[in-house]
Design a protein around this ligand. Structure first.
Ligand code: TMP
Length: 211
């Protein structure tokens, strides 16, 4: 297990429902850390981040796989994460490089747990296994209401099988994220309904203090 001494870079996670704008914010912060703070940093995402994890991502997001079982889906997210943590995240942190990650373990609790209804304790155990106990130094939760998330997604793509079948999926996701936010003071709420530059300023202020 990685100890505090072997983890020199900061591990910073961006969470939130689809359509919250986290990927845009992550890219802006990446530029800020590199160019303004002149520190080494990489950007990565889940599922994905390594060659094998990317292949798993393709299975997970392929619309042709709409008969994927919920449990199989959970295990694939976990497998992708195990590969990603071991091959990319930990080695970079150990080199003193900051890692910005688009989604991490809380996405599994929010989507597979609160969204799909799988057992949250089981997911937490799997999360500990797949990360070998690695936790983010801090996370930004970019939150938008279920109505806004729904509208933003509908403007871009079709709803996936669960979003389509369960009218309250977005509500469940939102409530899940709210619960997760309350559980830990290393998680920061960010209002994702503000203009992009305002959201960026809010995150930047915290980053400046923290790294
Ligand atoms: P992305 O669009 O943010 O790259 O994420 C891909 C999708 O995967 C998104 O709909 C959220 C979902 N997801 C889960 O359901 N569980 C997880 O553990 C992760 C990391 C993502």
């Amino acid at each position: 297990m990685m100890t505090e001494n072997s983890k020199l870079g900061k591990f910073i996670v961006f969470e939130g429902p689809d359509g919250c704008g986290k990927t845009t914010q992550l890219k802006l912060i990446y530029q800020y850390i590199r160019e303004q703070l002149a520190q080494e940093v990489i950007m990565t995402k889940e599922p994905g981040g390594t060659e094998i994890s990317q292949k798993i991502r393709e299975i997970l997001l392929d619309p042709a796989n709409d008969d994927l079982e919920d449990l199989a889906e959970l295990l694939l997210y976990s497998a992708s994460r195990a590969q990603h943590v071991k091959q990319l995240i930990k080695p970079n942190l150990a080199e003193g490089i900051h890692v910005l990650c688009d989604r991490f373990v809380d996405s599994t609790i929010a989507y597979q747990g609160y969204g799909r209804g799988l057992d949250i304790d089981l997911i937490k155990q799997l999360n500990v296994m797949s990360t070998e106990g690695l936790e983010p130094d801090f996370s930004f939760y970019i939150m938008v209401t279920p109505e806004v998330a729904k509208k933003r997604i509908a403007a871009k793509r079709e709803f996936d099988r669960l979003e389509k079948n369960e009218v309250d999926f977005f509500q469940k996701l939102y409530e899940g994220y709210q619960q997760l936010l309350q559980a830990d003071d290393s998680k920061y709420f960010v209002d994702g309904e503000q203009p992009v530059d305002r959201v960026h300023e809010n995150i930047k202020t915290l980053i400046k203090k923290k790294i």
